[in-house]
Design a protein around this ligand. Structure first.
Ligand SMILES: Nc1nc2c(ncn2[C@@H]2O[C@H](COP(=O)(O)OP(=O)(O)OP(=O)(O)O)[C@@H](O)[C@H]2O)c(=O)[nH]1
Ligand SMILES: [Mg+2]
Length: 469
């Protein structure tokens, strides 16, 4: 798509067909000249001096090609018309804009559009008015997509979601942490100019905290995008944790079936297993996965990969920490859980094997102690799963489906880049390298809001619109 912004475009903005009112939209630098040559306002002085958005009424002289020489249309038809005129850039498109309101008669509207295209206007392409709004900074890409979401909304909830996105709900959230990261980048770059001197522009502590905040927010959006794109209507709840934590035993206890193989050998589960679970209003797919093993190779590495795939698409992760584990395993579990918490928004932690004599006291009150053997804590676990998943009602979703599919890749890339930034900070790596990672994060976030875009992306988004929007 070539971006032409200075010509004047015209299109029918109302639904085609007969009706009480048809609306023709004209946008561009020459709007006033084009309209003035056909429009006779009732109050000519007011029309001439229009400085702010105003509505004018008057007559439109419409020239119609008539096959009959003596037809009354030969000298043009005088149509009553209302003209809404936005003379400045405070219009939808960010440039002079006019809407002509008249009776919606298909031949009349067609004649009007022909007349306008013959006198200086170009027929607008699909979504071109909204594209101009985006390029003029009146909307960001998320809001532009929401315009389409409002038009295409199939029900009340979809409409509410689209309106929230259009009003800038999600845009403002992303803008806020993106702006903080931009400030951080500026501070780090300023610091690079003074490396020789001992001036610290950003402390490592502040750096780490601000990156951590952004990680939380991006993780939440990644979660939402994944959930929006999962096709199954039943939410997926993945049981995860170190090998031997008791995941498979828990799946069997919850589902009341001996579906999963259980043994005291680490790494029993390799494939993942999905079991439908429907109890007390909790209707989910429970998924047992391979234990977390960073050092896995061969077939175990494939098992880890399968677990990751399930994990990415899960609505909820139930993290199983073995309460009877020794100190070394406990430390490893803490470390892993901390990593997962940073990336995962919807996460429940449980302490397994609570019946064992060696089971230790749980440190955090939010951790639920369970025993698959005695069924201790299973009701509480179900209740917490239900509550956590209930938070994700459609009304609280923030991303439209089309936005989620366009942004998912950028969100995941931003999340990975943030993780690399965090690793670089914790390893004490120099700020010059942190700056590179941070720029990468910002580039991906820029793609989401449209601060960074390519013609291809714009083409893909706006070609879905109808003409006139
Ligand atoms: N006492 C007791 N033992 C349990 C409980 N849950 C699991 N176990 C035992 O812990 C061992 C490991 O259980 P699994 O369910 O196979 O553990 P897992 O997390 O699926 O292990 P991997 O598949 O290897 O990752 C088995 O010997 C189980 O019998 C429990 O609640 N109480
Ligand atoms: Mg298992």
């Amino acid at each position: 798509m070539t971006l032409q912004l200075n010509d004047t475009i015209v299109a029918l903005a109302s639904a085609p067909g007969s009706g009480g009112r048809g609306i023709v939209r004209v946008s561009g630098a020459d709007v006033k000249d084009v309209v003035s040559s056909h429009f006779t306002p009732v109050d000519a002085a007011r029309w001439e001096s229009t400085r702010v958005a105003e509505r004018h009424v008057g007559e439109w002289r419409l020239l119609i090609d008539s096959p009959w020489d003596d037809a009354p249309l030969r000298n043009g038809l005088r149509l009553p018309v209302a003209v809404c005129f936005w003379p400045t850039n405070r219009s939808y498109t960010g440039q002079s804009l006019v809407e002509l309101h008249l009776v919606s008669s298909p031949p009349l509207l067609e004649a009007l559009l022909t007349q306008l295209t013959q006198t200086g206007c170009r027929a607008a392409r699909p979504g071109e008015f909204t594209l101009r709004a985006f390029l003029a900074g009146r909307l960001d890409l998320l809001q532009a997509e929401a315009v389409l979401g409002v038009i295409d909304a199939a029900d009340h909830e979809e409409l509410e979601l689209a309106l929230r996105q259009l009003a800038g709900g999600i845009s403002h959230q992303i803008a806020a942490f993106r702006s903080d990261l931009l400030d951080l980048l500026a501070e780090l770059e300023a610091g690079l100019d003074f490396v020789e001197e001992d001036i610290e522009f950003v402390s490592r502590e502040s750096l780490s905290r601000r990156i951590g905040d952004a990680q939380q927010k991006v993780a939440e959006l990644c979660d939402q995008a994944s959930r929006r794109l999962t096709s199954s209507s039943r939410p997926k709840v993945v049981l995860a944790g170190l090998p031997n934590a008791g995941k498979s035993t828990l799946l069997n206890a919850l589902s009341g079936q001996s579906a999963a193989l259980v043994s005291d050998v680490c790494g029993t589960t390799r494939d993942y297993l999905r079991v439908p679970f429907d109890r007390d209003g909790l209707n989910v797919d429970l998924i047992d996965t391979a234990g977390w093993d960073k050092a896995a190779s061969g077939i175990d590495a494939v098992a880890q990969q399968m677990r990751d795939e399930q994990w990415q698409n899960a609505e909820l992760i139930v993290w199983c920490s073995d309460l009877s584990a020794d100190d070394r395993q406990r430390e490893e579990d803490e470390q892993l859980f901390a990593d997962v918490s940073r990336e995962r928004h919807r996460l429940l932690r449980i302490g397994t094997k609570a019946d064992r004599q060696s089971a230790s006291i749980i440190a955090s009150p939010s951790t639920i102690a369970v025993s698959a053997t005695t069924r201790l804590g299973l009701d509480e676990l179900c209740k917490r799963m239900r509550e956590t998943l209930a938070i994700d009602t459609r009304g609280q979703r923030q991303l439209l489906g089309m936005t989620a599919s366009r942004c998912q890749e950028s969100l995941f890339a931003a999340r990975d880049a943030l993780r690399r930034t965090e690793d670089a900070i914790s390893l004490g790596i120099g700020e010059d390298l942190i700056v590179i990672e941070l720029r990468d994060v910002l580039e991906h976030l820029g793609h989401i809001v449209g601060a960074v875009y390519t013609d291809d992306v714009l083409d893909r988004i706006f070609s879905k619109f109808c003409i006139g929007k």
